[in-house]
Design a protein around this ligand. Structure first.
Ligand code: BGO
Length: 271
């Protein structure tokens, strides 16, 4: 059985450069069914049993654009063996926002810390071991432009895909939000695959229509979940979707401030 790898990341994180390097001429380009979003698939040049799917570049897995829907449906329902999440290491805070959502999906994940050539040039230091421990998945330094770290990345991804162990992030939200997610999880437990429980609980907390409809919940369950949401919204004086967005950013800011040391040159961007 071959291994299916999905490449996911923000626009401009280097996905096209990496996909071309990994697949060379062995590419198929078409459209995702029903939408005019480009679908690219290819075989890994070093191992033809490995198929790599390049997902559209997105900032989030919300269902607001065709690109976001394609990416999220492929990850949630297509269940690739492993996700390589490309992260622009010069813009960690912004890029890890998508990462926190990918980690909720209960898939094996390997993070490619791309653009490391620029980070090194700037003199910044990233504590890769700390990132890996906190995010609960392997983190590999790469430069898709220079072609460094690519083989290590693929070896790590193939191993993770074969092992099949979901990422186990240590990032947690405020106690009140975690309590709400636990309550919602217990309502839907057994009705979604166990490893996707955090994803579904979060989406239901947010009150996302697409998820509520997709799960065909009973009206009493919808009401019980609504009560949990109302309670936290009232306590926080904010809507549930914004609460989750803030919680994601807060957890990332904490991690980045402890794992990244910016050089006194102060150059932490590509500009
Ligand atoms: C231009 N290191 C560096 N330094 N640059 C990288 C790396 C890396 O590891 N990986 C990618 N890039 P895409 P998406 C460009 O095109 O693969 C660069 O959207 C330019 N072009 O070369 O397209 C890559 O598919 C003129 O840069 O990303 C590309 O994810 C001046 O990041 C850009 C400067 O890569 C985006 C850069 C005409």
């Amino acid at each position: 059985m071959g291994i299916r790898i999905a490449l996911a990341g923000n626009p401009n994180c280097g996905k096209t450069t990496m996909f071309n390097d990994l697949t060379g001429a062995n590419q198929y380009v078409g459209n995702w069914p029903g939408v005019t979003v480009e679908k690219k698939e290819g075989k890994y040049t070093r191992d033809k049993d490995v198929t790599i799917t390049d997902l559209p570049g997105v900032y989030s897995l919300s269902p607001y654009s065709p690109e976001e829907i394609v990416t999220r449906d492929y990850l949630l329902d297509g269940r690739p063996d492993v996700v390589i999440n490309l992260v622009d290491a010069t813009n960690l805070e912004r890029n890890l926002y998508l990462t926190t959502q990918i980690l909720d999906l209960g898939l094996p994940v390997v993070i490619a810390l791309n653009m490391m050539d620029l980070v090194k040039k700037n003199g910044d230091k990233i504590d890769v071991a700390k990132l890996s421990k906190t995010l609960g998945c392997p983190v590999v330094e790469t430069s898709a432009l220079k072609g460094t770290g690519m083989q290590d990345l693929l070896d790590t991804a193939i191993k993770a895909g074969k092992a099949g162990k979901p990422a186990a992030s240590e990032l947690r939200y405020d106690d009140s939000v975690e309590a709400a997610l636990s309550e919602i999880s217990s309502i839907i437990e057994g009705r979604v695959p166990a490893e996707t429980l955090r994803w579904y609980a979060t989406k239901l907390f947010e009150g996302e229509e697409r998820t509520i409809t997709g799960l065909k919940l009973s009206s009493s369950d919808i009401e019980a979940i609504g009560a949990v949401r109302d309670r936290v919204e009232e306590a926080e004086d904010d809507d549930a979707e914004s609460i989750i967005t803030s919680e994601r950013y807060d957890s990332i800011v904490g991690l980045v401030s402890s794992a990244v040391k910016v050089s006194r040159k102060g150059m932490n961007t590509t500009q």
